[in-house]
Design a protein around this ligand. Structure first.
Ligand code: G1P
Length: 295
């Protein structure tokens, strides 16, 4: 029997520089770039909160203070909105507050890789399974991706990653699964490789930035071994843990947008704009109008 302990904590690695969005990210953290009416970090925070996460651990770096401010109580703003009777806006502002005792911050002083960023949260995670959400990956679905993964985890235990099929030419951008069994919904994993060349990739099933991990992964991250791109890779630590524990990949429901790239970011804004109850119909007119220009 698997020992299935609840997932109460989530780690958000937010120390990255966001060079692909310069000059927009010269001063502003890339996680504050908005998709429709809320920043990337709030999209992933809400996904985690809806999945029942109680403790939110941000792995930050220099010039990232805006992220913690964003989730704080803003009394002047709330008073102004209240005085003006803007109750909808007030509700939105209140909804983006992380309650006392639930936000934890740690720093990654140097950009040594995703594995190192997660390792920086080791003390805050402690000895329990936890989630990792990368704000670059935005998934649009009524039931959030992490919630779907927790359902898989509650059934299978062990470790769970979100996966998606990609073009073979893109394997060098992602962590790639070596698949054991595949029922079309979940796959059991027998190997993991970080950013393999297309010819060497064991499959075209890639890890999207959502993980449920057992705390034993820290034993491997402790080694500080570098891998692809000379960085300390989370995928490498997971690959070592594979010998001891089960890993499953979940083909999640929903539209995935790679918001670490400008194209994915723009596509996400169009998709969330179209889905917005207030402005969706007008966004559609605008998009159709622009599409007409290309016919
Ligand atoms: C990271 C992981 C990679 C994963 C990807 C998902 O890569 O190292 O395994 O597939 O996130 O977005 P990065 O995008 O930081 O290069």
């Amino acid at each position: 029997m698997n020992d299935i302990r609840p997932i109460r904590k989530a780690v958000f690695p937010v120390a990255g520089l966001g060079t692909r969005f310069l000059p927009a990210t010269k001063v502003m953290p890339k996680e504050m770039l908005p998709i429709n009416d809320r920043p990337l970090i709030q999209h992933v925070f809400e996904e985690a909160r809806e999945a029942g996460i109680e403790e939110f651990i941000f792995v930050t770096g220099r010039y990232k203070e805006m992220l913690e401010e964003h989730f704080d109580f803003q009394p002047e703003l709330e008073q102004t909105l209240e005085a003006r009777g803007k109750t909808d806006m007030l509700q939105k502002v209140r909804d983006s507050e992380i309650p006392a005792g639930r936000l934890f911050l740690t720093r990654q002083p140097r950009p040594l890789g995703l594995g190192h960023a997660v390792w920086c949260a080791k003390k805050l995670v402690g000895d329990e399974p936890f989630a990792v959400l990368l704000p670059d990956d935005i998934i649009q679905n009524p039931t959030g991706c992490l919630q779907q993964m927790i359902e898989t985890y509650n059934e299978k235990g062990g470790n769970v990653v979100a996966v998606k099929n990609i073009a073979r030419e893109d394997t060098g951008k992602y962590g790639i699964l070596d698949i054991d069994k595949d029922d079309g919904h979940t796959v059991s994993v027998k190997g993991l490789v970080e950013k393999p060349e297309p010819a060497k990739a064991p499959s075209t099933l890639s890890i999207i930035g959502r993980y449920i991990l057992q705390p034993e992964v820290f034993e491997y991250l402790d080694a500080f071994e570098t891998g692809a791109g000379n960085e300390i890779q989370l995928t490498d630590a997971m690959a070592r843990l594979l010998g001891r524990q089960q890993f499953h990949g979940l083909r999640f429901d929903g539209n995935h947008f790679d918001c670490g790239s400008r194209l994915g970011f723009i596509e996400a804004n169009i998709a969330y704009g179209l889905a917005d109850l207030d402005i969706g119909a007008d966004v559609e007119k605008i998009v159709r109008g622009h599409a007409g220009n290309f016919e």
